[in-house]
Design a protein around this ligand. Structure first.
Ligand SMILES: [Zn+2]
Length: 136
């Protein structure tokens, strides 16, 4: 006979086509697959999604939060590394890094403002002195 999917000549009694793997006898193939879908008797049925492994040492950590506050890049890396196995510690790192980034951003903005103010003051002082020299 011929495979009804790829059309190649195959054995009369073949359950599957050796060329494309398509089922040739629906009734028997269906019976063979049936037991695989339902779990065997006496065994508990596990849900398809299993909880990821959690480290028993997982806990909120002020030390790591502070470290990540000082080095937000390290905090981000630690957060990504621990977010599955140690969610609480990862959260501490993530929070520390986030606060660190905000503080650095505010600090940077303050520096820029201070610089602008300082340069303006310098300019005023320069022009003031220059004007005095010209007027004298
Ligand atoms: Zn085939």
């Amino acid at each position: 006979m011929f495979c009804k999917y790829c059309g190649k000549e195959i054995d009369e009694n073949a359950a599957f086509c050796p060329f494309c793997g398509a089922k040739q006898r629906d009734e028997s193939a269906g019976q063979e697959e049936q037991p695989r879908q339902t779990p065997p008797y006496g065994q508990p049925h596990y849900p398809p999604y299993q909880q990821p492994y959690r480290d028993p040492a997982d806990a909120r950590s002020g030390g790591f939060a502070f470290l990540c506050f000082l080095f937000p890049v390290i905090g981000l890396i630690l957060y990504l590394v621990w977010k599955d196995t140690m969610p609480l510690r990862a959260k501490s790192c993530g929070k520390g890094a986030l606060i660190g980034v905000i503080v650095y951003a505010v600090f940077l903005i303050l520096c820029i403002i201070l610089c602008v103010v300082a340069f303006n003051f310098y300019d005023d002082y320069y022009y003031y002195t220059y004007a005095r020299i010209l007027l004298s």
